[in-house]
Design a protein around this ligand. Structure first.
Ligand code: HAM
Length: 429
């Protein structure tokens, strides 16, 4: 027997029953991005592998283990994008978008990482992100944090924690990494196996370790903050004072280092306890060196991305509007009426943009058509059979309100009825 084909592990279909929630979320995102003056950019799903090696970093988990990459027929080595920032920067340089100008961009779409799939962690997942270029100051950092705060408020999402840290310049971090490695080498045997391996590949990520014994060792390790320059420390203090003044709660997490190499200065994550191990909803920070590193003009940059599956797993579905408000079924009960039913259905669709109309024709059996309309949750049905065709009428029936009597209308009356009927209006709102 032939085996039924399945989607790739960790890559999910988004089914019609879930689409309304996705679209509602996307609507909130689009509106807020626009309100803060951000413009959408769409980049390809495939990029050259070199882009991610040079930005996310050769030693990062993403590049080491998680990229879907392949050689195409021209021997180009390509990867499905694991994140959006690098491609955004590549596009900015390629099209001169950030050359001597500020730029505020947003993107939304699927990203790909070959991680071990579990609840909240997928191999294809959707990210939304904001990236601001050309602004070295704190204003843009606070403004993006305010954006996220407003977004969570709009979705009525509570119990989310903002964690912040500062990573300093790349040079300061390299200097710190040396002293961290020296310290950890002295405790090598007591480290967990992962951390032992990271000591040579990506020592800073050891700070992220969740292993108790490693954490105990880290408690006595040199602190990144102590090795930062005075202006960098002052900047971080100013960020905290501004967040206090704006009443945005946060915690300082000195071990928050992020898994991508391009960060400098302020980094942050918004987390929740409600999603188990995959509790990071959104993360980002400053990456002032990346544009120049990828061949562009020296350009300060700050941004973040959020995982949409995780947001959708959290918000309560009744807090967002869900798609077109009312559904109508046109029931064509006889083959001889099909052309009329098709034409009337078009007219009803033009009458009210908030209402969806579905034509139910073949098989032409009214009883079953009514059952199907009921099952689909239709609010209103318009019945067109031989009698209605002969009299140029439509029979209208409210499915959810059995006490409202069935009525016969001409097409123009039916259009007016749909536009003006209080129930249609109420549904429309
Ligand atoms: P990231 O921390 O790798 O940062 O990912 C951002 C968010 O994407 C995470 O907080 C999480 O919500 C979601 N996410 C990541 N991996 C998965 C997965 N396997 N399944 C489901 N959701 C996931 C970045 O990607 C940076 N580009 C963020 C950034 C933008 N920094 C500056 N600008």
């Amino acid at each position: 027997m032939t085996k039924t084909l399945q989607s790739v592990r960790g890559m999910n279909d988004i089914l019609p029953r879930d689409i309304a929630a996705w679209q509602a979320l996307e609507h909130v995102i689009r509106q807020l991005a626009q309100q803060y003056g951000y413009h959408e950019i769409r980049t390809p799903l495939l990029e050259s592998v070199a882009l991610f090696k040079r930005s996310v970093g050769e030693a990062s988990d993403i590049v080491q283990k998680e990229m879907y990459q392949f050689q195409d027929q021209n021997d180009d080595i390509l990867a499905l994008r694991p994140e959006g920032t690098a491609a955004c920067v590549r596009a900015c340089i390629q099209h001169g978008l950030t050359y001597n100008q500020k730029q505020r961009l947003w993107y939304m779409g699927p990203m790909y990482r070959r991680e071990r799939p579990q609840k909240g962690r997928y191999r294809q997942f959707y990210q939304f992100g904001l990236e601001a270029f050309g602004q070295p100051d704190m204003a843009i950092e606070i403004e993006q944090i305010l954006w996220i705060h407003r977004f969570f408020q709009a979705l009525n999402m509570t119990d989310i924690t903002l964690e912040i840290n500062t990573l300093g310049t790349i040079a300061a971090r390299q200097h710190y990494t040396q002293s961290l490695v020296t310290y950890l080498n002295n405790h090598f045997d007591a480290l967990d196996a992962d951390s032992q391996q990271r000591l040579t590949t990506n020592p800073l990520r050891i700070l992220d370790s969740k292993v108790r014994q490693t954490q105990d060792i880290l408690n006595e390790a040199p602190r990144l903050f102590d090795s930062l320059s005075e202006p960098c420390k002052a900047h971080f203090q100013a960020v905290q004072q501004t967040l206090d003044a704006l009443q945005i709660p946060y915690t300082v997490s000195p071990r928050l280092v992020r898994g991508l190499d391009y960060y400098t200065g302020l980094v942050f994550e918004w987390t929740t306890d409600a999603l188990g191990a995959q509790g990071t909803l959104c993360a980002g920070g400053r990456y002032d060196g990346l544009v120049a590193q990828l061949g562009g003009q020296d350009t300060p940059a700050f941004g973040f991305a959020m995982g949409l599956e995780r947001i959708l797993a959290l918000y309560t579905s009744n807090t967002l509007p869900t798609g077109p408000s009312a559904l109508g079924h046109v029931l064509c009960t006889d083959a001889s009426c099909l052309t009329t039913a098709l034409a009337y259905c078009e007219q009803l669709r033009s009458a009210q943009s908030q209402m969806s109309w579905v034509l139910d024709a073949h098989p032409f059996k009214l009883k079953n058509q009514l059952k199907r309309a009921h099952k689909a949750g239709a609010d209103l049905v318009a019945i067109i059979g031989p009698d209605e065709c002969a009299n140029q009428q439509i029979q209208m029936k409210w499915m959810q309100q059995p006490d409202v009597a069935t009525q016969w209308f001409s097409l123009s009356e039916a259009i007016q009825y749909v536009q003006q009927h209080p129930s249609a209006q109420a549904i429309k709102e």
